[in-house]
Write a protein that binds this ligand. Structure first.
Ligand SMILES: NC(=O)c1ccc[n+]([C@@H]2O[C@H](COP(=O)([O-])OP(=O)(O)OC[C@H]3O[C@@H](n4cnc5c(N)ncnc54)[C@H](OP(=O)(O)O)[C@@H]3O)[C@@H](O)[C@H]2O)c1
Length: 266
């Protein structure tokens, strides 16, 4: 009978979460998306009828509060697992290193702003909107999707100077998770930053330049993780994330962990 809210559930890992959770009929599953229509159509086409879809945008705290009010009606006022999954990712700028942005100051500022709005302030808006519902749960778990690219140690070892805005704002998000964990520990609320591994969730075809950047990243990954054979499937990542989320205890609140439940990002 647990209740789950997945924020940013329209596609990729978010949608895979809806698929996974809906397989247990006793779960109450809510997906928050920016544009509900296509997601409802996709669920119908996938013959999934036990998922609630509500509108909300991570960059819009009013929409998140309105969604929390709607969820409260569906779940009797509580949420067991809040999974903040959605993120802004720009594949065009992902290859850029800090100095590649010299002369592109407006682009740098725009990228940072968007990353802050969706990937930093957004999760805080989501947590704050849903906190009253999480407080009423007996499970009380808040999961925020991070990335191994936000680990300074792994980044140094891998020699990856690109994806500067995304990586640094996700690193800031990890610190936000620590702050929430500290503040909410006495209430028994577990807050976790979770990296899902590497999953190819792109719907479009990468440009030649993007592909070259991705290949470079893959080579660097393989140097650090020789066993790694490439991206995994979304459903596989979600199953591993779920295992971590179920096992995590209040003692580990504030941690930044991988889908393997440790600091092994691949
Ligand atoms: N895939 C990977 O290899 C990987 C690796 C490390 C970390 N992650 C993290 O895992 C999470 C999911 O990644 P993914 O690969 O599944 O991403 P994705 O396929 O690009 O999907 C991104 C999701 O975020 C939603 N979103 C974007 N902006 C939003 C906003 N302002 N408000 C609400 N939702 C918004 C998108 O909704 P729309 O359809 O409305 O755009 C979409 O559902 C992200 O937090 C990402 O940083 C992924």
């Amino acid at each position: 009978m647990p209740s789950y809210v997945v924020v940013g559930a329209s596609r990729g890992l978010g949608y895979a979460w809806l698929q996974n959770l809906s397989a247990s009929p006793s779960n109450t599953v809510v997906g928050l998306v920016r544009t509900p229509g296509p997601v409802i159509d996709q669920l119908t086409s996938d013959k999934i009828s036990n998922v609630h879809v509500l509108p909300a945008d991570l960059a819009d705290h009013v929409s998140l509060k309105a969604a929390a009010a709607e969820v409260s009606k569906l779940t009797n006022g509580s949420v067991d697992y809040l999974i903040v999954n959605g993120a802004y990712m720009n594949h065009t700028t992902a290859n850029l290193t800090p100095t590649a942005l010299i002369g592109k100051e407006e682009l740098l500022q725009e990228e940072m702003r968007r990353n802050v709005d969706v990937n930093l302030t957004g999760p805080m808006f989501a947590i704050n909107a849903f906190l009253p519902l999480v407080r009423k749960s007996s499970i009380k778990k808040i999961i925020v999707l991070s990335t191994g690219l936000a680990d300074p140690v792994g980044t140094k070892e891998g020699g990856l100077a690109s994806a500067v805005a995304y990586s640094s704002i996700k690193a800031a998000l990890n610190m936000v998770v620590v702050k929430y964990a500290l503040e909410l520990k006495e209430e028994g609320i577990v807050v976790l930053a979770l990296s899902p591994g590497v999953i190819n969730t792109r719907l479009d075809t990468p440009s030649e330049e993007e592909m070259a950047g991705m290949m470079d990243m893959m080579k660097r990954f393989q140097l650090k993780y020789p066993h790694w054979t490439g991206p995994m499937k979304a459903e596989e990542s979600v199953a591993m994330q779920k295992d971590v989320i179920e096992k995590i205890t209040i003692e580990e609140s504030g941690e930044f962990l991988s889908h393997k439940g440790n600091k092994e990002w691949l």
